[in-house]
Structures are given as C-alpha cells and as structure tokens.
Design a protein around this ligand. Structure first.
Ligand code: DGJ
Length: 744
C-alpha cells in the first residue's frame, strides 16, 4: 500500500510540469531584420581585389581576396546558403552568436549575461585621401543595438589593405568585449602553407613552414610587452602549394600593427576553407565597454601577390617605407654603439676615445648605451639604478652635454640609451612610487633581469615616462638619437591604478605606450628613435610609426644573423634593420667569424659597430674604413630599394639577397656562404632578380683587391645575370661578397 501511494505521488509530480507547459503561452519574439539591397563591395588596389558580398538578409560574406577582378559584380549571382548549419561561412567579421560556431572575430558578453551577437549590414561609405581609398562598412546587432564599423584602407600602389574595426556600445549598460579582433579573412584554396616566425632572446625570428591541417592553429603572444621576442604577429600563406616559393605562386601576407598581446588564428573548416582571424589577444582582456564608448582595434595589414613570398615582402616593404615607419625611406647614419665595447664600465675618457675611433673609421654617430645614470643606486650592472635618470657623476663628471658636444665637434651625431618603462627595486623611484609598479595584491612581484615594470596604463606613469624622454633630450642641446629599451615580459600582472578593471590592463598598457610615443613625436619630430626591446622584442607595425629603426637582435654573431635577418626581411624592410659588427669570439655565441663576413652581413641593413675599437688592429681598422666608405655609396639602395631574396640560409649553404633601385638602374647584391660545400670551384650560381633584362650592368665587387667572380668589373645584360651567369666563388664557410651593379 505504502509503495502504491509513493508511486502515485511520483507520477503526479512528473505529470505536473507537462500540464503546466500545455497551458503556458510561448512568448518568444524574434526581432525582424530589415532586408537590404544585395550588392558587391570591392576594395581594390593596383593588382588586388577584396570582394565582400552583402546579401539581402544583411549578412556580409568575404568571397574573394586575390588578383584584381575586372567584374567583381559577377558575385551578385551567388546566393546565401539558407542551409548553412555551420553558420555564416565566410562571414566578413564573424561574431559569436547566431548560427556561427567557428573562431570569432567578435565576442561580446552583454549586461544580461547573454553572448549572442549577429551583425547585419546597415550601410557603407567610400572616401579618398592622398590616394588612399577608405571603405567603411556599418553593421548592427538588431537585438542589443551594438554597432560595428569595419574600416578598410586600400593603399593602391603598394597593394596593401589596412583593416580595423570599431565597436560602439550604444546601450545604457556596459558590455564586455571578450574578443574584438581587427580583421578576419576567409580563404578558399587547396592547400595553405603557413610561414611564420618563432624564437627567443638571441635567437629571434626563426622560420617555420607548416602545412595547415584541419582545426585551429594559434599564434599568440601573452608576454604583455616585448611581445615579438618569441613569435611575431606576421605570417604568410602560400596558397595551393606545399612548397614555399620566393618567386611564384599566390601568397597572402598579414601583419598586425600592435605591440601588446596578440592572437592570430587559422581555422581550416570542414569545407577545407581557411578562416584567419587577427587581433589583440583575448587573454585576460575581457575589455569593459561602457555606454556610448567605442573600442578601436589596431590595424591588420593584408597583402596579396602572385609573385611568391618575394612579391608579398616587397608590397609590405614599399608600404612600410611610405606609410608604416617613422621617417621611412630616409637614410639613417652608421654608428658605433658603446654596449658590447664597454658595457657598464666606462669613464668620459673611454667614451671620447671610442668617438675618436668611430670618426676615424668613417662612422657617423656615437651611441652611449646603458650605464650612464644613477648615483645613490649607480647603474654599474643590471641590479640597480633603472628609474633614476640623472647622470652618474662618478663616471661622467663632465656630463652628457660634454660628450654630445665632443661628438658633434668630431662630425658625429650623438645618441643615448634609456629604458623608461622599467625600474630596479634598488632605485629611488621604486621607493618613491611603489604603486607605479605592475603587481598583484599579496603576490610576489617577480623580477626579470632584476627589474620591475612600470604600469603604463596609469596616466601618471605615462607622464613620468614622457618626462624621462623629455629630460634626457635636455641633457644636451642636440641629442640626435634615442635607443628605447625594454628588457622583460609582464608576469603576475596587475595594475594598482585600474582597481577592479584589471581586464583593461594589457590593452591600456599598450595604448598608454602609444600615447607617450605620440606626445614624444609631437615634441620631437626630428630625433631618431630606435625601438630596441632587448633585441627583436618589439618588431611590429604598431611601434614602427613612432620609430626609425629596430634593434634586430642582441645576437650580433654574423652567422646567427643570417637566419634572423632573412626571416625579418619577409615582413619588415631593411631600412629599419639595425645590424652591428661586433668583436670575436662573439659575446653571445662564442663564434669566430672573419671581419669581412661580419661587415658584409651588417651592411645588408643599417650598418653599425658595437665593439671596443681600440682592440682592432690597424689592418682591421683599415678594412672597417673601406667597408664603411663603400656602404655609404650604395646604402640608399638598402634604405629605399626593392628586396629580392636569392638564396635562403634555411634551405642550403648560401644566403643571398639584393636591393634594386626603383628605376632598375642600380642594385647591390650580397652573397654569403653559411655552410661549407665541397667542390664549389665552379662558383655558386645566384639567379639575380628585379633587373631590366635588356640593360647592361657593370658589376663591381666591393672591399676586395681580388674579386671572387670572373666577371668583376665587366658589364653584362640583366638577362644574363638573371639566368644564372652570376656565379661568384664562395669556397668556405664565411666566404662572402658584395657587388654593386650600375646600368651603363
Ligand atoms: C638590451 C639591449 O638589447 C642591448 O643592446 C643593450 O642596450 C642592453 N639591453 C643594455 O642593458
């Protein structure tokens, strides 16, 4: 009986909710999406089209990025798939929500806890300024009112498109941007060979080629600052091939203009198509966007070429020289930097003699590196002094002014090192402003290279960092060059200034840095700035609009540099690549290379020296003088010419490249042997590129009395030189040669 009763009650309980449901009214209301006119938006450069199809239902689909289409409107016949259960394939700016289940460009969490965003076209505008065509596409989520603007700037002559997004929260409630990427691209090809860079300190920019399989490949930096010392926010995709080619085939290259955490995702879907999403990393950065606030993402640069990796690199370089690098396309001076020659141990006398030698060898600038500051906590090693930016009176009682004046009298420009984002715990600054240090309550403030990081999300710190630059510039009337260092990554992050809004930290830090750089550039348009960051730590198109050059790597071994400089050239132009001749055995690798090889490697970028010149013999100084003098004759090609890579050190025993003037009348060719090859008596044929096949070029080897090529001093047709006729003999590891070509 008891059992029967229990069963009865259990049945009644199960039935009740069903009954309730029968009587309940289903109240869900769907907001209607206005239909729009179907149309094709074609964003065009000289040789490329990015085609976006606006469907009648208001969704946006990227249907083509590649060769320029004469009739992009032919895509109008393509209908949106109503049965796309995988959701919005090819969405131009895919958002988490609706049918979309892939990697999103946008993921918003609303105040009511929901995560759904569906973006629909509401209009677009085109405008033009100084030859740059801008297309702004407006999108809207009709349920929440969220608005997005996609902005594409097309640089016609350079075949580069810079894309970014702006997200506006028009509601009365704050929202969280869990992800807000700059741009997405949907690509349809048979194969996708991804080329990207990885590495670490003194081994930056190592090359990886990887055939993409299905699912998601991520390239991400969570380092906070120094974001590019591991990998770089740049990549190439060789399409429809498993082979990387310098000279042929379709290549899409991309580079994110951001110096903080970034994420590039490559998702090959079940239809074998690739969705690339590029932007700020969402790591610990669910950015709060208040009512009426707008979030502006950094630019993502895209380029396409049908001339292989070389074509894609040249597009990016041309764009960078004209638009992406501060002072791009102008020649920067050769220099002697004090670091590897003196480190922290010097007096005024040491530096004056270094300047004498620099001037004697024909160099044009002297740069005083680390170690010149701090009194109570003198900067005699990396333990102390960072933050206390007053001149160390023991080492330099005559002051910086005296040094700068001496340099100028010698005909040298003068530069100086700072690391303004950092502080040693052993410094007056750390004692005066502990609240300016990045830290998390109750947790250890980890040190890196014995230093802490200042919290650039804090406007007071931004003012302080600007002030360091400002004061350093006032140490002498004509400081020509500042080397801006940054020697560690963010760990155990936290901003005392941001309070509960810690999600803003990584983004606000980077934006804080850019605010400071903008102020600096307003006040000091002429000073040259090197973005150093421990070597290779901040090589990105976010920093370069403020900086004339980068310190490529702390690894100054010319052999190691072959690999680093080759990879860097895929995305960044030679005009920003600082490359220095240093002592042997090399201080990083212990390797011993001939001075000529070291010069020939450094002369492929902005040439400098970084050693104690008094340790050079008279013969070595004479060779240095010869190499520097000849470099000055052809260096305009390094700074403004088009790069053609001739041989990769990653693929064989030789590295070769050349820079060609725009009018094809001059070129400089570099060849290096990076690995011993037996039986090279016949010479190594390098097929030159970029010359006018019909013109005659006189070929002259630099800096030698006896040339390694039988054709030295003679003239040859561009045709001949590009067909393999140029075959210098580079018989040993570290054999190298530079040739200058002039059209007759
Ligand atoms: C790291 C840089 O990369 C070096 O060139 C040098 O400036 C040191 N910092 C100085 O501490």
């Amino acid at each position: 009986m008891k059992r029967l009763l229990l069963e009865f009650f259990a049945m009644a309980l199960m039935l009740l909710p069903l009954e309730a449901r029968k009587t309940q009214k289903f109240t869900h209301q769907t907001i209607a999406i206005p239909r729009v006119q179907k149309q094709v938006l074609s964003i065009e450069t000289a040789h490329t089209s990015l085609v976006i199809l606006v469907h009648e239902n208001g969704t946006l689909q990227t249907v083509h990025y590649g060769a320029k289409l004469a009739h992009p409107e032919e895509y109008l016949a393509l209908n949106a798939s109503s049965e796309d259960y995988n959701g919005d394939r090819g969405a131009t700016y895919p958002a988490t929500g609706g049918r979309y289940i892939g990697e999103p460009a946008l993921h918003v969490k609303y105040a009511d806890g929901t995560h759904n965003t569906e973006l629909y076209y509401t209009g677009h505008e085109n405008s033009e300024k100084d030859g740059v065509q801008t297309t702004t596409i407006r999108l809207r989520d009709y349920v929440t009112g969220l608005r997005v603007r996609l902005i594409y700037e097309a640089y016609g002559q350079q075949d580069v498109i810079a894309a970014h997004a702006e997200i506006l929260n028009p509601s009365k409630q704050p929202v969280q941007l869990i992800q807000a990427a700059s741009s997405a691209l949907y690509i349809d090809a048979d194969e996708y060979l991804l080329t990207h860079l990885h590495g670490s300190w003194a081994a930056e920019m190592q090359l990886d080629h990887e055939l993409l399989g299905h699912d998601v490949k991520l390239i991400e930096s969570r380092r906070g600052v120094q974001a590019t010392q591991g990998n770089n926010p740049s990549f190439m995709l060789s399409l429809n091939t498993r082979e990387f080619s310098e000279t042929s085939g379709e290549v899409i290259a991309g580079s994110l203009a951001w110096s903080g955490n970034y994420r590039l995702s490559f998702e090959k879907d079940d239809a074998h198509r690739l969705n690339v999403v590029a932007g700020i990393s969402p790591h610990a950065s669910a950015y709060p966007l208040g009512p009426e606030e707008v979030f502006v993402t950094p630019d993502m640069l895209w380029t396409w070429s049908n001339a292989g990796a070389g074509g894609a690199s040249r597009n990016l370089h041309r764009w960078a020289r004209k638009y992406g690098v501060y002072g791009g396309g102008t020649v920067n001076p050769t220099l002697l930097n004090s670091w590897e020659g003196a480190y922290f141990t010097f007096t005024t006398e040491t530096l004056l003699r270094m300047m004498d030698d620099a001037a004697g060898m024909g160099l044009e600038m002297f740069v005083l590196d680390d170690g010149w500051f701090g009194n109570e906590y003198p900067r005699n090693n990396d333990d102390a002094g960072l933050g206390d930016w007053e001149v160390n009176v023991k080492k330099l009682p005559e002051g910086i002014d005296y040094l700068a004046q001496y340099a100028h009298e010698k005909g040298l420009k003068f530069g100086i090192w700072i690391e303004p984002e950092m502080v040693n715990p052993q410094s007056n600054l750390a004692h005066a402003h502990p609240e300016w240090v990045i830290q998390s309550p109750g947790r250890e403030i980890y040190q890196g290279r014995n230093q802490w990081i200042l919290d650039l999300s804090n406007p007071a710190v931004q003012d302080f960092v600007f002030g360091i630059f400002d004061r350093t510039m006032s140490l002498a009337p004509n400081i020509d060059y500042i080397k801006w260092d940054c020697n560690r990554v963010v760990q155990s992050f936290g901003s005392p200034y941001l309070g509960e809004a810690q999600d803003k930290f990584y983004v606000d830090y980077c934006q804080g840095l850019y605010k400071v750089m903008r102020r600096i550039r307003e006040k000091y348009p002429k000073v040259m700035i090197q973005c150093c960051s421990s070597g290779g730590g901040r090589i990105d198109y976010g920093s370069l609009p403020y900086c004339n050059e980068v310190w490529t790597s702390d690894n100054t071994d010319a052999l190691a540099r072959a690999y680093i400089q080759y990879s860097m050239s895929l995305f960044y132009p030679a005009c920003v690549m600082a490359s220095h001749v240093s002592a042997v055995p090399n201080h990083q690798t212990g390797n011993v290379t001939p001075l000529k090889f070291r010069f020939d490697m450094a002369c492929a970028g902005r040439l400098g020296m970084e050693l104690q010149p008094r340790n050079l013999s008279a013969e070595e100084k004479a060779l240095a003088h010869r190499c520097i003098t000849s470099y000055k004759q052809y260096r305009d090609l390094v700074f403004t010419g088009d790069l053609y890579r001739l041989a990769s050190p990653y693929d064989g025993s030789y590295f070769g490249l050349m820079y060609v003037s725009e009018d094809q009348s001059r070129a400089v060719v570099y060849t290096w042997c990076t690995h011993f090859e037996p039986r090279t008596v016949g010479g190594k044929a390098f097929r030159l590129q970029g010359l006018d096949p019909a013109r005659q070029y006189k070929v002259v080897e630099q800096n030698v009395d006896q040339s390694c090529w039988w054709g030295n001093g003679l003239s040859f047709s561009g045709d001949f030189l590009m067909a393999g006729g140029f075959n210098p003999i580079l018989p040993r590891l570290y054999s190298s040669a530079i040739f200058v070509l002039e059209a007759q």
